[in-house]
Ligand binder design. Structure first.
Ligand code: PBG
Length: 328
């Protein structure tokens, strides 16, 4: 009698944490291979492991097809191609070369792994001899002189078979310039994933080694965003969507989960990609190597947190390994 009159028993959250099955029943965020985009570095000749990124290599076209097929078989829906060209000059003339590594890899992938979405990075930093993301006028990057070069590069990738082009140079109006040129050249169906909110981050170091795209002088603070800003990121994203971006990106991911979350809340209808960048990957590899963290657990925790923050998909160098861990 006494029991029936008393208040309901207090909530005991541990009841649903007792077993793996119970935890699974109440899990709020799911992670699957279908959430991942796998970045690949394609080159003609200079193949081999990237020392700053254990498990990552520069690949020739057949190597790229092999790894992309593995990704597709693991349930990963897309790859992101970065070119490491042999030739560099101030005009980035290799960027739109139809026989450059990215164009060749894109057409080989469309022919040999047709189920995979092919995304190509569109930026000049690996193609300029000075390593800057645009065409220089003196020591400044000339925004508007860079736009047609990016638009031509995007069209070369589209002509080779890219499904999505991903401009990463943070030039103002790059999305509009690329959209206009793609449409004019007969590629209205090719989508644009804009690196809309890309921060001037210290976490790109290993990538710049892999893609051989570090600036020879100065930094990228005149075009990439200040890590202190989030309202500006929302504005960048809205602007890119107005210019015609089909998907938008926040990059890096881990130190910017609040940005991902704010974008998701503000624009719930826009596909949102987060880039779990090279430095974030290398940190986990280094911690695991020193016995400071379990690589599987740490990587899956990070990827889950990026999904929880609101990303629809995640570009990650851990994609293949994470897909295998998730299926185990
Ligand atoms: C090119 C580009 C960079 C990355 C992606 N595209 C380097 C940079 O902006 O310096 C970084 C990716 C990573 O660190 O994994 N602009």
């Amino acid at each position: 009698m006494k029991l029936m009159n008393s208040l309901p028993p207090a909530w005991r959250p541990r009841r649903l944490r007792r077993t793996s099955a119970l935890r699974c029943l109440v899990r709020e965020t799911s992670l699957a291979p279908a959430d991942f985009i796998y970045p690949l570095f394609v080159t003609h000749s200079d193949t081999g492991p990237v020392l700053s990124m254990p498990g990552v290599a520069r690949l020739d076209v057949p190597g790229c097809v092999r790894l992309a097929r593995e990704a597709a078989e693991a349930g990963i829906p897309g790859v992101l191609l970065f070119g490491v060209p042999e030739h560099k000059d101030p005009a980035a003339s290799g960027a739109a070369d139809p026989s450059g590594p990215v164009a060749l890899a894109a057409s080989a992938l469309k022919a040999q792994v047709p189920e995979l979405a092919v995304i190509t990075d569109v930026c000049l930093c690996s193609y300029t001899d000075h390593g800057h993301c645009g065409i220089l006028a003196g020591d400044r990057i000339d925004n508007d002189a860079t736009l047609p070069v990016l638009a031509n590069m995007a069209c070369a990738h589209a002509a080779a078979g890219a499904d999505i082009v991903a401009p990463s140079g943070m030039m103002d109006h790059m999305v509009a310039a690329i959209r206009r040129h793609l449409d004019a050249q007969g590629f209205p169906e090719v989508a644009i994933l804009s690196y809309s909110a890309k921060y001037a981050s210290s976490f790109y170091g290993p990538f710049r080694h892999a893609a051989d795209g570090a600036p020879k002088s100065g930094d990228r603070k005149t075009h990439q965003m200040d890590p202190a800003n989030v309202r500006e990121a929302l504005r960048e994203i809205e602007h890119d969507v107005q210019e015609g971006a089909d998907m938008v990106m926040v990059k890096p991911a881990l130190a910017y989960l609040d940005v991902i979350s704010r974008v998701r809340t503000r624009m719930p209808e826009v596909p949102l990609v987060a880039y779990n960048v090279s430095g974030e990957y290398a940190m986990i590899k280094a911690a695991a190597e020193q016995g400071l963290a379990d690589e599987r657990d740490a990587a899956l925790e990070v990827l889950t947190s990026i999904k929880r923050a609101g990303a629809d998909s995640i570009i990650t160098y851990h994609a293949l390994e994470a897909a295998a861990w998730l299926q185990a």
